[in-house]
Structure formats: C-alpha cells, structure tokens
Design a protein around this ligand. Structure first.
Ligand code: DP6
Length: 363
C-alpha cells in the first residue's frame, strides 16, 4: 500500500450530525522508534506492548456546516474544560490528514477528551490521544463510505494516528504491535502499525508494567526535537541497524519465551535510546538521579531474587518496570519496599498488557 491508497473516492453517503467515542490505550516500546524521515516515516522499525490502564477517552460530536469552513471548525475540551493550549496540536493534525479526510472542513467538531492517568504525570498522552482521535474520525468516514472493510478501517486509523504522533500508530490494537518495514514481517509497513504476526509464548501474554513517576515535570527536550537530532547524528546508521537486528532476535525470544534474552534486548534498547540523546548535538539528558538509582536497584534485586524483572524508559525520566504474571507478587513487593521512595510524591501507575482500542459509542 502507498499513501495514495488512503485518499478516499467521493463519499457515497451523507451524514449531517452524530457522535462517536473511542478509548485508546498508551503503549510502551520494546524496540524504540527514535529518528524519522519526512512525513512521520520512521528511520527504523519498532515494536511495543499495548497497555491497558493508561488510556485516553475521546468523544467527537460532529455537525455538518452549511458550507465548507475556510479554517477547521472545532471546540476542544480536556477533562471537561476548554483547552486552548491543545488547539495548535489538533490544527496541525487536521492539516496533515486533510488530504486523507476531505470531509474535515465540512463539519463543526466538538472534541471531548480525557486521560485515565494524571495529566501532569509525565506520561505521554500523544500515543493514546492521537489514536483515539484518529479512530473517531475514521468512524465518521465509515459512515460516509459504508462499504469500508474492517482491515482498511484499522490500517487507515493507524496511518492517521501516525501522522499525529508516530508512536500513536501502535496504540490501536494489542497486544504486540510492530511499526516500520522489517524483513521478517512481510505485512510490516512504514505507514501503519500491524499486529505482531509470529508465534508468541504465553509468558509474554500477561506482562505487567508498573510505571514509576520519577519526574512529572515538562521535558526539557520534546520527542519531536529528539527525533530531529538523529539527522546527522554520528551513531545514527549503526543505531538503525541495531533496531533491525534486535527485532530479528526478538522473533525467537518471543517464540521460546526466553526471558533472559528478552531482558537483555529491552534494557539495551532503553539505554541506547538515552545514549542517542546524550550523543546528539546539542546533547541532553532526560534521566534523573532517581532513574539511575531505580535501575541499579532493579539489577541488584534481579540478581538476588532470580526473577525476571526489567526496566525500559521512554523519552523521559520515568521508569517502566516490566515483569511476568507468575512473578508479580514478589516483584510488586520489591517495588513498594524499595522503588517507590524514588518517585515524585511516591507516585506510580500499575498497568499491564492490553488488547487495544475500544469503540464506546457511535450514532
Ligand atoms: C521514545 O511518537 O512521541 O517513545 O512522532 O514526534 O510524536 P512523534 O514522537 P513520539 O516518539 C516516541 C519515542 C519513544 C519511542 C517509541 O515509542 O518507540
């Protein structure tokens, strides 16, 4: 498929008003997307666990205008209140996807959105938020174009979410989603996320992710700027190659349920991501002293307990602590005994692998 396949033919139906709602989860990358080409094309393939509890709920009400608007017409409410700060993000998104959703100027939209996690938790809401919004818009497009297949709907929703925020294209389905062309997955695409097609051992079907909120402040460097800094980065080519290799290695690891090898890749990916930041020009550090303290304590605990707890990091200071279901009691005890003290206001979020976005309403 190419981008052109997502440009619709003239719509066969008219819909004057309605409302649709979706709940979309966040996701946590195991092999990280860091670096992109034009139009949100990833510089390397990535794979993530879809989460469950950390999610965005979005309702979009729409009303057809008498004539197409010269600028996009929408009201935006975040957790019940008008949110002017979020408008530019939506404007940019609408501009990017207008070619693929030509109805956008024909309606007035009321977008009501809320997150299940605290607003200032430092948890990125762009993945769940853009995924939920893309699904709502696709639900409207399906009304206008009723013959649309489920497969096309999912691909195009992921394609649109990607244009909002790259990692958002991995937030529509569960439980493992891959984005970006990789030789071992013939279905893989740079345009949208796909469910991981290979065999996955049952140990990976029930994984926990306890998110330790080390620093809830605004990041000094946004992901978007960080991606930019991979252009001309001295280690970029090597890093992109490594991501391909790690995905290849994961194939057997997922099949066999080899947790030791899984840990080695996941932790290396997290540290490599931050190493890329530290070796960019300009360089920057998003980890905090408590991030390192937590990592060291996880390593010490893993050694003495022989459990399979490991960590990964997003583009921030918070730590995602990953562990399998059969070790959850022991690991969670360790988290509460030893790690929570290093979180800002002792805050953390308990999450686990989830199975994707859910339609809440459509009329
Ligand atoms: C470190 O998807 O937030 O979380 O495409 O600019 O919106 P934009 O970036 P974003 O980058 C996510 C980077 C990451 C790794 C990952 O999720 O794969």
């Amino acid at each position: 498929m190419t981008e052109k396949d997502f440009i619709p033919s003239p719509y066969s139906r008219v819909k004057s008003e309605g409302k649709v709602g979706y709940k979309s989860p966040s996701n946590i990358a195991l092999v990280k997307y860091w670096g992109k080409k034009e139009n949100q094309i990833p510089a390397n393939p990535s794979i993530s666990f879809t989460l469950d509890a950390c999610a965005t709920t979005t309702y979009v009400s729409f009303e057809k205008l008498l004539k197409p608007a010269s600028s996009f017409s929408f009201d935006l409410f975040f957790e019940g209140e008008a949110k002017p700060d979020f408008r530019p993000k939506i404007e940019t998104f609408f501009k990017r996807v207008e070619l693929y959703l030509p109805f956008l100027r024909n309606y007035h939209f009321k977008i009501e959105t809320s997150n299940s996690f605290p607003h200032s938790s430092g948890i990125a809401s762009s993945a769940s938020g853009m995924s939920a919004l893309a699904l709502c818009l696709m639900a409207l497009e399906r009304e206008l174009s009723p013959g649309m297949s489920t497969e096309f709907f999912s691909k195009k929703a992921s394609f649109l979410a990607r244009l909002g925020s790259g990692s958002a294209c991995r937030s529509l389905e569960g439980d493992l989603v891959q984005w970006g062309i990789h030789k071992d997955n013939l279905e893989s695409s740079n345009l949208y996320g796909v469910k991981y097609p290979h065999e996955v051992h049952s140990i990976f079907k029930k994984f926990h992710d306890t998110i330790l909120l080390v620093d809830k402040g605004e990041k000094q460097v946004s992901s978007t700027v960080g991606h930019e800094l991979m252009h001309g980065h001295p280690f970029a080519e090597q890093r992109f190659k490594q991501a391909h290799e790690n995905l290849s290695r994961l194939k057997l690891i997922f099949k066999e349920g080899n947790l030791d090898n899984f840990i080695e890749i996941v932790e290396s990916e997290a540290l490599t991501l931050h190493a890329m930041m530290m070796t960019s020009h300009p360089y920057f550090i998003l980890m905090k002293p408590n991030t390192l303290e937590i990592i060291n304590r996880i390593w010490a605990f893993r050694k003495r307990s022989k459990t399979h707890v490991c960590f990964t990091l997003d583009a921030g200071a918070n730590v995602h602590v990953l562990y399998p279901e059969n070790e959850k009691d022991e690991v969670f005890q360790f988290i509460t005994d030893e790690l929570i003290a290093f979180c800002q206001n002792q805050q953390y979020l308990c999450d686990k692998i989830g199975f994707g976005a859910r339609l809440l309403m459509s009329n």
